[in-house]
Design a protein around this ligand. Structure first.
Ligand SMILES: NC(=O)c1ccc[n+]([C@@H]2O[C@H](COP(=O)([O-])OP(=O)(O)OC[C@H]3O[C@@H](n4cnc5c(N)ncnc54)[C@H](OP(=O)(O)O)[C@@H]3O)[C@@H](O)[C@H]2O)c1
Length: 250
């Protein structure tokens, strides 16, 4: 009689309490071979989520995306508890800085850059120090491809993240693959203002529909898997044809 030993991988997703991060968490939980850790800022939300997911492989932990000490501590705890840290998904993102660059609130701009741009580097460094084994995935955006009205601070943070994905891929090869995805408008709380007028928003995409968090999770899962073992430094645009339809996010 042969015995099959299941080797579990450990996947850390920043900002996984809802939206795209939660869909990625669910995708990994469904494979039955992953310990999945999501982070968020709010203890009540995390506790509620932990209870509602009801899966022994799911763990919700409090850690702010722009807090270096929290990143270090979280990655250390994960490695000690699960014996490995295999995949880091830099998903946490924010966009409080509405306005054009000449008059945008500087505090809001700094927060945006701290969470969206510096945060992924803090978590990459923390994971690397704690024996990250396989892959980093950065959730970028088509917003990083071109300018648009009122979203300059966010657009710049995502452009930087696209560049950082390539720089990290360069620095961490051949041990760690680093890739990104660049979605257009996905139906989540963060982008609600962009899709509230759904008829208008979906027509911006050649495929005539909004993205759903699961659309992004499928691609992320593939890019972090062995099947994508020869892909690094790549940004996969997942946008229903938005960017070849001559659009920006205005
Ligand atoms: N939705 C889109 O159209 C779209 C398009 C392109 C790219 N993206 C990117 O996709 C990623 C996920 O966004 P989403 O659309 O899924 O948004 P969402 O539904 O609003 O979820 C954002 C997640 O990030 C967490 N978060 C926010 N600020 C955080 C911080 N400072 N520290 C830790 N966690 C934080 C939130 O958790 P708590 O509030 O519980 O702390 C939540 O889990 C972001 O990087 C975003 O820029 C989204």
């Amino acid at each position: 009689m042969s015995v099959i030993i299941k080797v579990m991988k450990t996947v850390l997703i920043t900002g996984g309490t809802r939206g795209i991060g939660l869909a990625i968490a669910e995708k990994y939980l469904n494979d039955g071979e992953s310990n999945v850790i999501v982070t968020g800022r709010k203890p009540d939300t995390l506790e509620e989520l932990q209870n509602s997911i009801n899966n022994e492989n799911f763990h919700a932990m409090m850690a702010k995306a722009d807090d270096e000490e929290a990143a270090d501590q979280t990655c250390k705890e994960i490695n000690e508890k699960f014996g490995s840290l295999d995949i880091l998904i830099n998903n946490a993102g924010t966009n409080p800085a509405g306005g054009n660059l000449m008059d945008v609130d500087m505090g809001a701009l700094e927060k945006t850059w701290a969470v969206n741009q510096k945060g992924p580097l803090l978590w990459a460094r923390a994971a690397y120090k704690n024996e990250l084994s396989t892959a980093i995935m950065n959730i970028c955006s088509v917003a990083g491809y071109f300018p648009s009205d009122l979203m300059g601070a966010y657009n710049i943070s995502k452009a930087a993240l696209i560049y950082m994905t390539k720089q990290l891929a360069y620095e961490l090869a051949p041990d760690i693959r680093v890739n990104g995805v660049a979605p257009a408008i996905v139906r989540t709380r963060l982008s609600q203002l962009l899709w509230e007028n759904e008829e208008y928003s979906k027509n911006l995409h050649l495929l005539q529909k909004l993205g759903e968090p699961e659309d992004i999770a499928e691609a992320v899962y593939f890019l972090c898997s062995e099947e994508a073992g020869w892909i690094t430094g790549e940004i996969l645009t997942i946008d229903g044809g938005f960017s070849i339809n001559g659009n920006s996010l205005s």
